[in-house]
Write a new protein. Structure first.
Length: 20
């Protein structure tokens, strides 16, 4: 469960970076 969260955080930051 924690492994999924750790992989989701950097992916989410990359997604926001693409929006900006």
């Amino acid at each position: 469960m924690e492994n999924i969260i750790q992989e989701s955080i950097p992916h989410f930051r990359t997604f926001r970076f693409a929006l900006n």
